[in-house]
Design a protein around this ligand. Structure first.
Ligand SMILES: Nc1nc2c(c(=O)[nH]1)N[C@H]1C(S)=C(S)[C@@H](COP(=O)(O)OP(=O)(O)OC[C@H]3O[C@@H](n4cnc5c(=O)[nH]c(N)nc54)[C@H](O)[C@@H]3O)O[C@H]1N2
Ligand SMILES: Nc1nc2c(c(=O)[nH]1)N[C@H]1C(S)=C(S)[C@@H](COP(=O)(O)OP(=O)(O)OC[C@H]3O[C@@H](n4cnc5c(=O)[nH]c(N)nc54)[C@H](O)[C@@H]3O)O[C@H]1N2
Ligand code: SF4
Ligand SMILES: [Mo]
Length: 744
């Protein structure tokens, strides 16, 4: 669609690429080729008109005064100066060559942030670039997010035909996710409408979350535990289900190799013990188990970031997925595979078990901690130490592609020290974030409406119930007189300057003449069941309704069994039980993670005044009873202190946050010691350690359920705050009065 109205404005169809919602949009463009408005596209068959404040604010993001419009180089005096893109690339390539020749490819690392995940070409081109350089040191947000899911599948085994889907489920069990805000689980295509439709057709929703979230308000069963107890809860649910015989006995006989061992390991997970540890009402576990496994017949148990960021995250995810295993919630032989893939290709889909492959046990290991690859990547929990610790293979160069590692990676103080110590840091980043400010070169990219694209295809079979993709042409040109880059061009051009041939998704690229964006997108779609030109013609997205894929019988590869209680899982069960029994309370509260509507991690803050008005900084949300006990007023200040650091934040009362818990978003604050808590909020990553509390296998830090104490502090109220430079920040701790012991 592209039509001109009477005022000379044009409306163009596209889709938003800020989050996994990939909402269909109608973008109004003026005569100067500038976006003036973005609205949800009512004709979009997937998202049906849905849009959020972040997507609707795209004009702000594209034309913000804060947007960097030319490549910048940091000069010896610390100030940034404009440089042309070609000159910047030449200088970066020279420095890269020096490091490569002197220290070898292990000294070269890349960190891919969420901004880097949403350009379809770079999804594969960045790993391909690292292969061309010869370095295994690709890091990303995966291993500070939900990589427990990769670990769980690697330890349990795979079922190529796939799992049952939300769209045909009669029950859904959600641990610690809030899809009505995060657009990240259940159904991401207009989540509220889809959830209401599912409930109308009879879906029973079970939610387990320390906060009564927007999603929890729709729950048929809501359990509000103390955070960090999900492994115990999942274990107790399994125990009840097995003892009641609510599991799929036939499926388990055929496909589970160690059901007896599983049940034996769960012996201590009695309802009474777990209900006491998690501080939940007696009987609530039995009710949830019955709704999920006895009255419910189809549908999955799943987790979000809460449990996958808390202590024992790998064990939690393993036991939650084991709920699906014992209940046999998989696509069976002869059933239709609901989404057999579009851009990712359509491989054979057997209904059988590919035994636990444990890929991290083979291949390269991290220099620090000896961790294997997770999803083909190094683990971000040790990135700071890879940079800081001297020795062969020490990282000297970091390419930061669409990330904000200085704010997003736990143990902020250590991470920032590491970034400051790099020989060379290059950020492909549109705004002057704390990470960009630490870089030697900033290469600002085109923003999403300035480029042609496809949706984030690595998740397509999870988020779209049927085979689907969508092409969008660019909607507008970048601002006049800017020099913003194609992100893929940075990678291509550096490879060319270093004389390293690039192969993109198996296709060798011409290294003399740069490819076009459409050529690269064509390669991205090379395995699609529909030709690229046809995908491009379908302006509202392309569904594949050709040959249906039916789940095949098991073959030699898939005739194994799930392993529910391998030795390392059994060790984690023992460690969990020991920790639960020992639980010493030096801290009275647990700080939990959360997402907020008007902000995507740290993105959109400086750039979007409209969003900033809606959410000026990250509040600490607490239960009013806890606040009363600590004599903390609404909008008063508190210091939140863990064993790794402290932050000062403003409190807001929220009935839905359970007692003993404080809920604060990440992605706020500045650099440590330069924090302006009033302007920018505070970085919760100051509270998290990567020296301890790392999970084995994926080095996942403990990023939720963090033990903290809370102190009321005297600090100016927001509306009485002096200008940024004179704002008291850390000084507030001098006036703090311990007030923590009263609650817990
Ligand atoms: N304490 C704590 N820490 C956390 C979390 C938590 O819950 N608690 N959550 C973790 C999770 S789940 C994640 S995913 C990470 C996120 O970690 P990061 O991805 O490192 O952080 P973001 O704030 O998402 O940064 C994205 C950056 O991409 C930029 N960007 C936007 N659009 C584009 C684009 O088109 N191209 C390019 N090149 N850049 C663009 C934005 O300006 C922004 O600076 O944070 C993790 N950190
Ligand atoms: N608006 C918006 N959308 C986003 C993002 C954003 O920043 N803003 N970020 C995007 C990213 S990077 C990701 S990874 C996804 C994440 O998507 P989700 O996983 O849905 O993230 P949250 O909305 O933070 O939900 C996590 C929930 O876990 C709960 N929780 C915390 N600790 C525990 C615990 O120990 N146990 C249990 N059971 N629950 C716990 C929290 O109260 C919270 O409700 O969202 C994406 N979408
Ligand atoms: S940011 Fe908002 S509009 Fe954009 S894809 Fe996500 S939910 Fe949709
Ligand atoms: Mo994430």
């Amino acid at each position: 669609m592209s039509h001109v109205d009477q005022s000379g404005f044009t409306e163009k169809r596209s889709f938003c690429r800020i989050c996994t919602g990939v909402c269909g949009t109608v973008v109004t463009v003026d005569q100067n080729e500038r976006i003036v408005a973005v609205r949800g596209d009512n004709d979009d068959p997937q998202t049906m008109g849905f849009i959020c404040s972040k997507g609707a604010g795209a004009a702000d993001a594209h034309y913000s005064d804060e947007r960097i419009l030319h490549p910048l180089k940091r000069m010896p005096n610390g100030k940034f100066e404009r440089i042309t893109l070609e000159q910047a690339l030449t200088e970066i390539a020279e420095k890269l060559k020096t490091i490569l020749d002197r220290d070898g490819p292990e000294a070269i690392a890349a960190y891919r942030g969420s901004g880097g995940f949403f350009t379809a070409i770079c999804l594969s081109l960045l790993p391909n670039w690292m292969q061309a350089i010869g370095s295994p040191k690709l890091f990303s947000t995966l291993t500070i997010d939900q990589s427990a899911k990769v670990v769980a599948a690697g330890r349990l085994g795979y079922w190529p035909a796939g799992m049952q889907r939300f769209q045909t489920a009669d029950v859904s069990l959600l641990f610690g996710s809030n899809p009505l805000v995060s657009i990240a689980h259940l159904d991401t295509r207009n989540p509220l409408k889809r959830l209401k439709e599912a409930k109308a057709r009879g879906l029973k929703l079970i939610v387990i979350d320390p906060r009564r979230t927007e999603t929890a308000k729709f729950a048929d069963v809501f359990i509000q535990p103390l955070p960090g107890n999900d492994a115990l809860i999942a274990g107790a649910l399994l125990r009840i289900i097995l003892d009641e015989g609510w599991h799929d006995v036939e499926f388990c006989d055929r496909y589970v190799g160690d059901l007896t061992e599983l049940r034996a390991a769960l012996e201590p997970f009695t309802e009474q013990f777990v209900e006491q540890c998690a501080d939940i009402a007696p009987g609530s576990l039995r009710e949830a188990a019955e709704v999920f496994a006895h009255t419910g017949t189809r549908g999955l148990a799943g987790t979000g970031t809460g449990p996958d960021m808390s202590a024992f995250s790998n064990l939690t995810e393993h036991l939650v997925q084991t709920l699906n295993v014992v209940c046999g919630r998989f696509i069976r032989e002869g059933e239709e595979v609901s989404n057999s893939g579009f851009l990712v290709g359509r491989g054979p889909r057997q209904a059988g078990v590919m035994p636990a492959p444990r890929p991290w046990e083979h291949g390269p290991k991290s220099r620090i901690g000896n961790y294997g690859l997770i999803g083909g990547e190094m683990v971000t929990g040790v990135l700071a130490d890879e940079i800081l610790q001297p020795g062969v293979g020490q990282v000297k160069f970091l390419l930061n592609h669409g990330g904000n590692p200085a704010q997003a990676i736990p143990d902020q103080r250590k991470m920032v020290k590491a970034l400051r110590s790099l020989e060379l840091m290059v950020s492909i980043e549109p705004y002057m974030t704390p990470s960009a400010a630490l870089s030697d070169y900033i290469l600002p990219p085109k923003l999403h409406y300035e480029r042609a694209d496809l949706p984030i295809y690595i998740f397509e079979t999870i988020f779209f119930p049927t085979p689907y993709t969508r092409y969008t042409a660019k909607v507008v040109e970048p601002p006049v007189d800017s020099e913003v880059c194609d992100e893929w061009y940075v990678l291509w051009s550096l490879a060319q300057r270093l004389n390293r041939p690039l192969t993109y998704m198996g296709v060798p690229l011409d290294m003399q003449t740069p490819p076009t964006e459409d050529q690269l997108l064509g390669i991205t779609a090379k395995d699609a069941p529909v030709p690229f030109d046809e995908i491009k013609r379908q302006t509202l997205g392309c569904f594949y309704d050709g040959e249906k894929q039916i789940a095949l019988p098991p073959d030699a590869m898939t005739s194994g069994k799930f392993s529910t209680m391998p030795d390392d899982v059994r060790d984690e069960v023992a460690a969990l039980l020991k920790a639960s029994l020992d639980a010493k309370q030096n801290f009275s509260f647990r700080m939990i993670s959360r997402r907020t509507r008007h902000r995507f991690n740290s993105f959109g803050f400086a750039a979007q005044p409209g969003l900033k008005r809606l959410l000026p900084h990250n509040f600490a949300y607490m239960n009013p009873a806890d606040m009363a006990a600590l004599k903390i007023a609404d909008n008063g200040w508190i210091k939140v202190e863990s064993d790794n650091g402290a932050i000062t934040v403003i409190v807001q009362a929220e009935d839905g946050v359970r007692s003993g818990v404080v809920s604060i978003s990440h992605g706020f604050g500045g650099l440590p010691d330069e924090d302006d808590f009033i302007e920018d909020g505070a970085s919760t990553n100051l509270l998290i350690s990567t020296d301890r509390d790392l999970q084995s296998i994926n080095a996942m830090p403990r990023m939720s359920g963090i033990p903290v104490n809370i102190y009321a502090v005297t600090a100016p109220l927001r509306n009485a705050v002096p200008a940024k430079t004179t704002t008291p920040t850390h000084a507030t701790s001098k006036t703090s009065s311990p007030a923590s012991a009263a609650v817990g």
